[in-house]
Design a protein around this ligand. Sequence first.
Ligand SMILES: NC(=O)c1ccc[n+]([C@@H]2O[C@H](COP(=O)([O-])OP(=O)(O)OC[C@H]3O[C@@H](n4cnc5c(N)ncnc54)[C@H](OP(=O)(O)O)[C@@H]3O)[C@@H](O)[C@H]2O)c1
Length: 287
Amino acid sequence: MNAQPPAAAAGTIVLGGELLVSRLGFGAMRLTGKEIWGDPPDRAQAIAAVRRAVDLGVNLIDTADSYGPAVSENLIAEALYPYPDDLVVATKGGLVRPGPYRWERDGRPGHLRKACEDSLKRLRLEQIPLYQLHKPDPRVPFGESVGALADLQAEGKIRHIGISTVTVDQLLEAQRAAPIVSVQNRYSAVDGSSQGVLDLCTALGLAFIAWAPVKQTEANSAVAAIAGQRGASHYQVALAWLLAMSPVMLPIPGTASCAHVEANVAAAAFELTAEETAAITACVLRG
Ligand SMILES: NC(=O)c1ccc[n+]([C@@H]2O[C@H](COP(=O)([O-])OP(=O)(O)OC[C@H]3O[C@@H](n4cnc5c(N)ncnc54)[C@H](OP(=O)(O)O)[C@@H]3O)[C@@H](O)[C@H]2O)c1
């Protein structure tokens, strides 16, 4: 009998009725240079980190064409291709990088098509398991951007469609344009501004992929206190709290360090009491 990998302690969620993923993912934005631009300072370490995540049972890797740009996707392919059967590479399109400090939106259908086709090549995939619109582009009707992803899905280039950095109204609008299986918004013990979107995802059974799930979470005083009392890091307490917030919660902590990958995956088995969870939640709401 095979032992369960450590990430399995986070529980699982089914994306689009068919892709079973562990509820603890890996954010691959930091497999790049400073300011998410260019090559990582230590390529071997970055490759080792993403491989370690998969070895520990993480099977959703989040990336985007704009990370590097192209660097993160290329590195994922180099590290993991040929991919394990159950691996969900979740990439995004809709942001462009004219320079290191610049992130500009481009949600035009023609751009999204080209971005998706380029991601397919870099990732060496025939179909992207989860393709996410990175951010709504105010210059383009949102339904048109999402509709472009529906066209790519109909052509078989995308298996499932997700959206990112959206409001409740935008999620409802996107659902009218295409079948949406996930939402990726910023959410953590120091940023509860997407609570309404999380609540809707929970009600609808859509995966809620939490970005920036651990950084600065020591600023939540309950997280810091519980970490001290339990001899854990604030990263671990913040992840355990996220996993307790909803059965659709799927945090994607980002790191290029094997040791940090191991610590983050270990958080999947870290149980908070109901009182601890409530204390952290109360600080989020106050914050
Ligand atoms: N959809 C969007 O618009 C959007 C925006 C931003 C990010 N994202 C996605 O979300 C993922 C996560 O976001 P993020 O990287 O900004 O924030 P994050 O995961 O909350 O924090 C990353 C930072 O925390 C550190 N860290 C992580 N685990 C640690 C540990 N166990 N111990 C010590 N330090 C640790 C990392 O440093 P080290 O490298 O030193 O470990 C890094 O500086 C990204 O990789 C990306 O996939 C999406």
